[in-house]
Design a protein around this ligand. Structure first.
Ligand code: C5P
Length: 223
C-alpha cells in the first residue's frame, strides 16, 4: 500500500502521516528532508543557495544515511533550514537528482530501525504527482496561510526559537509562492487526490476521514 500526502508547509501533513503510520504500521518518508539536507549542507559549507551547480553536486552525492545525520542538526528544522530547502527545491536538476532515493523507498519501505513495512506513507509537495504517481491513495492537505503560520510560529516558540509571527507568515507565503510557481513539479493536488482543508477540519476529523478511505482500499484489495 502506498499513500501520498501532499500540501503546503504546516498544513498538518506530518501529523497526519505520523498518526497513519502508527495505526497501519506503514513506514513514513517525509520527503521535505531531502531538500532540507541539501539546503543545510550548503549552509554548513558556507555556499550560496543561489549557486545551482553547487546545490546539484550536493544532491547528487546525498545518501539516506547522510540525510539522517544532517536531520539531527538544530538548523535542519529552523527558519533558515526551511528557507534554504525551499530555494534549492526549485532547481529542476536538484529535484531530478533526489527523485530515485525517494522512489526507492516505495519498493522497499522500512522503519527507522530497519524493520520492513507492509506499506509506505509519503509526505511532501509532489509525492502524488511525481514521486509516486501510481500510489493507491493520494491526499492533499491544505489550510489558509494565516492558520499555517500561526501553527509554525507556536512550534518555533515551543522549541525556544526567537521569531516574530509576521516573519513566519511572510516566510510561509514566500515558500507557497515558490512551491506553486516553480517550473519543475509545482505543488498541486494530483487529479485523483482527495483534498482536506485543515482550517475548517481538525486533525482528528481529517485522520478519521483518511482512515475511512484507507480501510475501504484495504477491503478492496482483499476482495
Ligand atoms: O515539508 P518541508 O517544509 O520539510 O519541506 C521543505 C521544503 O522542501 C519545502 O518548502 C518545499 O519547497 C520543498 N519540498 C518540495 N517537494 C517535496 C517536499 C518538500 O519541493 N516533495
Amino acid at each position: 500500500m502506498i499513500i501520498t500526502i501532499d500540501g503546503p508547509a504546516a498544513a498538518g501533513k506530518g501529523t497526519l502521516a505520523a498518526k497513519l503510520s502508527a495505526k497501519y504500521k506503514y513506514a513514513y518518508f517525509d520527503t521535505g528532508m531531502v531538500y532540507r539536507a541539501v539546503g543545510l549542507e550548503m549552509y554548513l559549507r558556507n555556499l550560496d543557495t543561489a549557486d545551482e551547480k553547487a546545490a546539484l553536486k550536493i544532491a547528487e552525492t546525498l545518501t539516506f544515511e547522510k540525510m539522517m545525520e544532517l536531520s539531527a542538526h538544530p538548523d535542519f528544522r529552523s527558519q533558515i533550514g526551511g528557507r534554504n530547502a525551499s530555494i534549492v527545491s526549485a532547481y529542476p536538476d536538484v529535484r531530478a537528482a533526489l527523485l530515485k532515493m525517494q522512489q526507492d523507498f516505495s519498493e522497499n519501505p522500512v522503519f527507522a530501525d530497519g524493520t520492513p513495512a507492509q506499506g509506505a506513507i509519503y509526505d511532501g509537495r509532489d509525492t502524488g504527482t511525481v514521486v509516486c504517481p501510481e500510489a493507491d491513495i493520494k491526499l492533499f492537505i491544505t489550510a489558509s496561510s494565516e492558520v499555517r503560520a500561526e501553527r509554525r510560529y507556536k512550534e518555533f516558540v515551543a522549541k525556544g526559537m526567537d521569531v516574530a509571527y509576521e516573519e513566519v507568515l511572510a516566510d510561509v507565503k514566500a515558500r507557497d509562492e515558490r512551491d506553486a510557481n516553480r517550473s519543475a513539479a509545482p505543488m498541486k493536488p494530483a487529479e485523483d487526490a482527495v483534498v482536506f482543508d485543515t482550517s475548517t477540519l481538525n486533525i482528528e476529523e481529517v485522520f478519521a476521514k483518511a482512515c475511512e478511505i484507507i480501510d475501504a482500499e484495504i477491503d478492496k484489495e482483499k476482495r
